[in-house]
Design a protein around this ligand. Structure first.
Ligand SMILES: Cc1cc2nc3c(=O)[nH]c(=O)nc-3n(C[C@H](O)[C@H](O)[C@H](O)COP(=O)(O)O)c2cc1C
Length: 221
């Protein structure tokens, strides 16, 4: 069967732009969001980017809940507060203070929130038969597409994971089988940090290439 092909290639300049988008993407949190709303055409582009993501067996196991109303955001924020209080104690004493000083969400400040759900399949999914998490990873691919598309539109995105997923499901009236993968906050920002905020605040360092790239096989120590 002769299937249609695209012969689009990308020149050096386009490759550099793509790299720039990757390098300048940041997680954006509360204090950085501007009050300015996001036009629908920009929201549509972010969602289109999500729908272009790869997925195991082309299963597209995702759903996106668009949230703008304050009441819903307040209920979600409430879940964040509960989970965040629990979290602080999990870190060693030195880090607890640093943790408490971090702003780890922008639920209310961001004009747009999107909850991204995984929709498990009732039938076997091509490619997911040996590794059952592949559908969830596919949803993460969609989220990364959204993050990069938003950045190219000069819109910040923050991923909030300090939440009670079941409470979020209840608040959003999600069907029983749905799984929350990401709760995302979007908005224009007063500037993107030059490096991850957690790096600038010395919470952690970026790992070196040699720490994470293995040539051939792991060495037995
Ligand atoms: C799966 C995932 C969950 C995350 N959850 C949170 C979160 O709950 N709160 C937060 O402030 N940042 C969260 N982040 C953002 C990371 O802290 C951030 O990506 C990391 O510090 C690197 O910074 P950068 O994204 O600006 O490069 C999350 C990121 C990922 C990929």
């Amino acid at each position: 069967m002769d299937l249609p092909k695209s012969f689009r290639t990308f020149n050096r300049e386009e490759q550099e732009i793509f790299k720039e988008i990757l390098a300048n993407r940041r997680d954006v949190r509360g204090h950085q969001f501007l009050i300015k709303g996001i036009p629908d055409r920009e929201i549509d582009q972010i969602l289109e980017a999500a729908l272009m993501a790869p997925s195991v067996g082309f299963s597209q196991p995702w759903e996106f809940v668009i949230i703008k109303d304050l009441e819903t955001k307040l209920a979600i924020k409430n879940s964040f507060e509960e989970k965040n209080q629990e979290a602080s104690h999990l870190f060693e004493e030195k880090k607890q203070k640093a943790y408490d000083d971090l702003k780890l969400e922008g639920i209310i400040e961001a004009p747009l929130n999107i909850a991204v759900f995984y929709v498990p399949s009732k039938e076997p999914v091509l490619g997911q038969t040996a590794m059952p998490n592949m559908g969830r990873y596919s949803v993460a691919c969609a989220i990364q597409n959204m993050w990069l598309m938003a950045r190219s539109l000069n819109i910040g995105m923050g991923w909030v994971s300090i939440l009670d997923a079941e409470k979020v499901k209840t608040i959003l009236k999600a069907p029983e089988d749905r799984e929350l993968i990401g709760y995302l906050c979007f908005g224009y920002t007063d500037g993107f940090y030059s490096k991850p905020e957690l790096e600038l605040k010395k919470w952690d360092k970026r790992k070196l290439w040699k720490e994470v790239v293995v040539n051939g096989k792991y060495e037995v120590k």
